[in-house]
Ligand binder design. Structure first.
Ligand SMILES: NC(=O)c1ccc[n+]([C@@H]2O[C@H](COP(=O)([O-])OP(=O)(O)OC[C@H]3O[C@@H](n4cnc5c(N)ncnc54)[C@H](OP(=O)(O)O)[C@@H]3O)[C@@H](O)[C@H]2O)c1
Length: 320
């Protein structure tokens, strides 16, 4: 008798169609194959990014092509289980954190394939759960402020959405290089962003950023077109505006002589190594709103989609 070959399976949150959070289903799925430059990671934790629910809802389908059924999730922290033939930087057993890709299959799963250039050794001084909240948001904040806006010591930067995943890292990066930070957030999060180093907090529910400040050098908007447009009025002539959640009005920006800079989240290994070092030297903290198990992905997406998450939503895949 010939033995039937059974494919190894894993638990994963899968979508079979675009739609509301109810399309997220906890199921058995195939363990992904790895390419020569990939590592197979046993996922300890992942996190929810707004991009995940935008993709789930189908808002990004013109440029992110998913093959259904699909597994979402970019952020990952876990253990290297297997390495591809050309992998040089990692070995089996390493604890890593990094970014998966929707095209290879995401990290809402027990195993995920990650290109070795999108991963680094995880920070050693924080648990892997917290490390899973770092990759996409921290590399984006880093890229926006330093590669995009070229923020310099002594400059003033307005950070809108300062209490969110990207914003909490942006406030800290700006302080690390010695900039003055004006954080825009709701009053409920004012103390938290002050504790990250913000010099001034503007409560957008009661105050208008352009009335509270003029002549800032840089604005980093993580909220949307409307708030990016407001920030234009708070910048000096020649100021730089980076917006990652909605294009500002280019004509308005031009009429105020503001340089609009775009970035896309492509920061990989080198930034992740630097960020791990900042965490391990006590310069960078990870703010966690809450931790939920993989089985509660629907609730996690609802919270992210509410726009009210305070720092990161962590999803624990592997029990402690
Ligand atoms: N282009 C890229 O490469 C890239 C990469 C990463 C993220 N993104 C995008 O960047 C955006 C932010 O991501 P994220 O992970 O930081 O999101 P997030 O964690 O979900 O952000 C939630 C935060 O937004 C704040 N907020 C909501 N409305 C606000 C307003 N009008 N003014 C100021 N703060 C406001 C909330 O604070 P309060 O409760 O205090 O209002 C909350 O803490 C998302 O749209 C995401 O898709 C783009």
């Amino acid at each position: 008798m010939i033995a039937q070959k059974t494919e190894p399976k894993m638990k994963a949150v899968v979508i079979h169609e675009y739609g509301d959070p109810s399309v997220l289903k906890l199921e058995q799925a195939r363990i992904p194959d790895i390419g020569p430059k990939d590592i197979l990671v046993r996922v300890h934790a992942t996190s929810v990014n707004p991009m995940d629910w935008k993709v789930r809802a189908g808002y990004a389908k013109d440029w992110i092509k998913l093959e259904m059924p699909a597994i979402l999730g970019i952020d990952v922290a876990g253990t290297v289980e297997q390495v591809g033939g050309k992998v040089r930087r990692f070995k089996v057993g390493d604890l890593i954190y990094g970014k998966a890709s929707y095209s290879k299959g995401g990290s809402y799963a027990e195993y995920v394939a990650v290109n070795e250039e999108s991963a680094a050794l995880a920070p050693q001084t924080i648990p892997l759960d917290r490390a899973a909240g770092v990759p996409l948001t921290a590399t984006t904040a880093y890229q926006a402020l330093f590669d995009g806006a070229k923020l310099k010591p002594g400059e003033t930067v307005i950070i809108t959405g300062a209490a969110g995943g990207v914003g909490t890292f942006a406030v800290q990066f700006a302080k690390i290089i010695g900039a003055r930070v004006i954080a825009v957030t709701s009053g409920a999060n004012a103390e938290m962003v002050r504790s990250l180093g913000a010099d001034q907090v503007i409560d957008y529910t009661r105050e208008d950023v352009a009335k509270k400040t003029k002549n800032a050098d840089v604005a980093f908007d993580t909220v949307g077109r409307e708030s990016a447009n407001k920030a234009i009025h708070a910048l000096k002539k020649g100021g730089r505006l980076v917006a990652i959640a909605g294009e500002p009005d280019k004509e308005l920006a031009g009429s105020h002589e503001i340089n609009v800079i775009s970035v896309n989240a492509s920061g990989g290994r080198i930034k992740l190594e630097e960020i791990a070092n900042l965490i391990d030297t006590g310069k960078l903290r990870v703010i966690v709103d809450r931790e939920l198990p993989l089985s509660e992905m629907k609730a996690a997406h609802e919270l992210s989609q509410s726009g009210k998450a305070r720092g990161k939503i962590i999803i624990k895949v592997e029990p402690d």
